[in-house]
Design a protein around this ligand. Sequence first.
Ligand code: NAD
Ligand code: DAU
Length: 361
Amino acid sequence: MEAEPKFELASNRNELRYWRRMKILVTGAAGFIGSNFVRYELGQYADVSVAALDSLTYAGNMENLAGLDGDKRFEFIKADISSPIDMGRVFGAHEFDAIVNFAAETHVDRSLMDASIFIQTNMFGVQNLLDQCRKRGVRRFLQVSTDEVYGSLGAEGKFSEDSPIQPNNPYAATKAAADLLVRAAYKSHGIEAVITRCANNFGPYQFPEKLIPLMIANAVEDKQLPVYGDGMHVRDWIYVEDHCSAVDVVLRKSEPGKIYNIGGNHDVPNIHVVKTILKALDKPESLIRYVADRPGHDRRYAMDSLKLREELGWDTKHTFDTAIAATVRWYLDNRGWWERVRSGEYVKYYESLYGERLKSQ
Ligand code: NAD
Ligand code: DAU
């Protein structure tokens, strides 16, 4: 979707004039990356104002935004991005300079159980936001996308922004569809949209259904660690704060119509990650259980983020080793947070996904 830039650049290269005092709508703000991004923006910019929107699904948690209520630059809005009524109300009551859309159903395993809510939020929700941007003349829309839209790599190489879109699971397919809707809104209606596609995140506030927090929580409780297949599937890991700084730089500096890959340059097999966690917690490898593989499981992801580095000057600040140590520490220090979410619906979910798999090993 690359095309002619529409922004007027200030004398300071890449610094856009009207982004000085930005009012940003951050959707999915009570989730893992959204809440980290809200804290990042408020920490970096004195003159930013953040409307944090979330419908509070099982993955949304007001505890993730704790302590921000007293900040005059912050407000929370409970609303559903896939509801035209909710969005009409929200956009009618505020004038946003930019939207950063983190709101999504995000867990691949859940999308394999039932894809309908993924279609609702990840596709209808995105179109709904784009419609509001068009109607209200919002200046910028940033869609937070994923490396999963590219499908799987073979033994060599990395995904570039020109790699074909070949999603292999329902979650990835809905994210790919959203990217195409964003592209169409840019091409057809001139919505000043940009897309970021990031690798696997880890860090504080990640819901313990995803590999790293699940393995930490299970190991702390001396429960079995379910590793899919042979454990040799490769993911490219990035610390959440590095993802936030990348989204921030694209939001403020990118020309419209651009797509940027974001990677951590740390692509390793899952079993290495699991063993690193066990070592950090001083727990035995006998907790590991190899279980039946995830259907359609992508074998390898690795991201080439050269374009983002060269065009916008971004880089990671954290190494995997220091960031995973900090993450393990955070889960040890915040045991109440993950124990509270590992109850109720979570227990049913866990049993339906892992019950048979763990029994049959
Ligand atoms: P998450 O599941 O922790 O958070 C998603 C948030 O969206 C939750 O707070 C949830 O309540 C909210 N939400 C869901 N449906 C909504 C709706 N209809 N209206 C309003 N809010 C809704 O997910 P995350 O890991 O923080 O991911 C955030 C975004 O980043 C997603 O778009 C995801 O596709 C993308 N992403 C994630 C990763 C990763 O490794 N976690 C990597 C690349 C891209
Ligand atoms: O790559 C970016 C994507 O990363 C995001 O777009 C998704 O929202 C996010 O959920 C994540 O998807 P993955 O499927 O890669 O993440 P997950 O943590 O579920 O799994 C990471 C790897 O670990 C994957 O190869 C599957 C494996 N795994 C996962 C779980 C939950 C296991 O072996 N056992 C498990 O119990």
